[in-house]
Design a protein around this ligand. Structure first.
Ligand code: NA7
Length: 565
């Protein structure tokens, strides 16, 4: 493989994106001696955090877990100021990473990847970008993120609004002035909950348009002192090692006890403790069956409804804020220290769209079935075309010119969340079929990229030019993904995990719920066994046509699918 880097040369890999995934891919692959070109649509690094700069934006995992583990020096030198870093703090961190490891020279900014076509004769990906250039590389590694293509609301009249409007996932890079303005927020997922808390009291009036009430648990965010940082650093290595083997990729063991075996008093004590000392996974970690038994789940749901009743002074508003109709945890719970109390303010109105649906956006604001809500600023916190959107927005074509969008028309399929058959040498990062968003994302990203780098090294060392997933191995893996989720309550919610938030998107549960640790072990076993479930080929198709057949090294059956967790 050549090490030369220019547009006409053949590179080892094209990476897409310069967020957590893209930066680590550049670092890991160049360290392994590969020639890499990354492309990033934005004018800087940051990925999700580059685009999500709305007021209140911050990560919902603790900084200790949501950060790179590959460099002990980086871990030691970076001082997080708060338990849950803001988007601007995460941007500082990722810029520091890019500088410290000299990654920018491998990244072309302001450049969007438009097409990626697999050349079967040469076993190369031909990548065209928005600057009109063509790049050829052996491997294509789209680290495009799980939540990077914003989903607009399907509401009539969006363009008619005469005020300012913003999507949380494409927030402008200039300061937005809300003072003395009437602001409307559509959407009450994690982004909406954060922006609502940040804007309440900072504008003339805030109207929240809620379609589905969600479970919001306290963030208990706080500044970090040097002593707190020192305590974590004293056992950081062990903490990371434990995290790598757990279900969610954080160092908290998953319990086995049932909520239903505990007395109401015991449960109440445990839930009060989770409420007071919460983190995102706190309630899910109280008992082993919160995510698998409806009655157990309802004990948490009712506890949180009780907290809403206690906090929100107007009973009719409290009632509207109570999540019902889907189990706790099956849509991502949100974090918020002041969310419910926001509704005690006179300058905040909750509009329940279940009772009074939006009819259209009009120049003056939003018209619901009960009348006009006049607005100066409209914020769409309406989510993303998650998991597949970023990849299907690139025109990707594999063997026989087949489009990825056609292959995934009835649901995305991958083998172990890393390759999709018929698209050789394309590695997905935290994509469908991997634990992705249902585990610590930064740890999932490192695990994926480490696996990909090791695989590419193996191929290089064995003079193998092409790797593809075996279709049956992929079918078996996706069946396993469905079997695991069917033992849980996750299918009872219309979540973005299942594609239910995007009209017309096939309803298939895409993340692998077997747990980060189990998944990591499966991936490692497959690599150690010489990549069963993949077909590896040494000669190019061109050489093969001369030599009468492509020298396939093996087509192994996966055989590692059993043992759901
Ligand atoms: P989410 O979690 O997908 O939330 C989107 C919200 O927008 C949700 O409340 C939706 O209601 C609402 N929505 C979407 N379309 C509409 C329309 N047309 N009308 C009214 N309301 C609508 O996205 P977020 O950005 O908040 O969070 C994404 C992830 O980022 C989150 O899970 C964390 O992992 C971080 P619905 O529930 O569909 O009724």
């Amino acid at each position: 493989m050549t090490q030369v880097r220019n547009d006409s040369a053949i590179l080892d890999a094209v990476v897409v994106g310069a967020g957590f995934g893209g930066l680590y891919a550049v670092k890991r692959l160049t360290d392994a001696g590969f020639a890499v070109q990354a492309f990033e649509a934005g004018d800087g690094v940051g990925g999700t955090w580059y685009w999500n700069r709305y007021p209140g934006a911050r990560v919902d995992l603790e900084c200790w877990d949501y950060s790179y583990s590959f460099s002990p020096e980086l871990q030691d030198e970076w001082d997080w100021p708060e338990r849950y870093p803001t988007s601007s703090e995460l941007m500082k961190y990722l810029n520091h990473v890019a500088d410290r490891f000299e990654l920018r020279r491998h990244i072309r900014f302001n450049t969007r990847v438009e097409t990626a076509v697999f050349d079967e004769r040469e076993n190369l990906w031909i990548v065209t970008t928005s600057d009109g250039k063509v790049t050829r590389a052996r491997f294509f590694v789209p680290a495009t993120g799980v939540l990077s293509v914003p989903k607009p609301p399907e509401i009539a009249g969006l363009d008619s609004f005469k005020g300012e409007s913003y999507h949380t996932g494409r927030w402008p890079h200039h300061e937005v002035d809300f003072s003395n303005k009437r602001v409307g927020v559509i959407g009450t997922g994690s982004s909406g909950i954060q922006v609502i808390q940040a804007l309440a009291g900072q504008c003339r009036h805030l109207s929240v348009f809620q379609r589905t009430a969600v479970y919001v648990v306290p963030a208990k965010n706080h500044p970090l002192t040097p002593a707190m940082r020192a305590r974590v650093r004293a056992t950081y290595t062990e903490r990371r090692a434990v995290s790598r083997l757990t279900r969610f990729g954080i160092a908290v063991p998953f319990p086995v006890e049932s909520a239903l075996d505990a007395t109401p008093e015991e449960r109440s004590r445990k839930y009060e403790n989770a409420w007071e000392n919460s983190q995102l996974l706190g309630f899910r970690m109280c008992y082993g069956d919160i995510l698998s038994n409806e009655a157990a789940n309802e004990t948490v749901a009712e506890f949180i409804r009780g907290k809403i009743r206690d906090t929100v002074r107007k009973p009719d508003v409290a009632e509207k804020l109570m999540p019902r109709g889907f189990p706790f945890g099956t849509k991502r719970p949100c974090l918020g220290d002041t969310y419910y109390s926001v509704y005690n303010r006179d300058d905040v109105t909750l509009v329940d769209l279940k009772q009074t649906p939006i009819e259209r956006v009009v120049p003056e604001g939003i018209e619901t079935s009960e009348g006009l809500h006049e607005l100066d600023v409209l914020i769409y916190a309406t989510g993303y075309d998650a998991l597949t959107g970023a990849l299907t927005h690139i025109d990707v074509r594999g063997v026989n010119g087949r489009k990825l969008t056609d292959k995934w028309a009835s649901g995305a399929k991958t083998y172990i969340g890393l390759m999709t058959s018929g698209f050789p040498n394309l590695f997905t990062v935290t994509g469908p079929g991997s634990p992705g968003p249902l585990a610590n994302m930064s740890m999932s990203i490192e695990q994926h990229i480490d696996w990909i780098a090791a695989c590419m090294t193996y191929l290089r060392n064995n003079a193998i030019e092409r790797i593809d997933a075996v279709p049956q191995a992929e079918e078996d893996w996706m069946q396993h993904v469905q079997d695991v989720v069917s033992n849980t309550l996750y299918l009872k919610a219309n979540s973005w995990y299942i594609g239910a938030n995007v009209p017309g998107k096939p309803h298939v549960f895409l993340p692998y719920l077997g747990g980060h640790g189990t998944y990591r072990r499966k991936c490692d076993e497959i690599a150690a066994a010489g990549y069963p479930g993949f077909v590896l080929s040494r000669a190019t198709a061109r050489e093969a046509s001369q030599a009468s057949s492509n020298e396939a090294i093996h087509v192994a059956e996966a055989g590692l699918m059993g043992g759901a967790v």
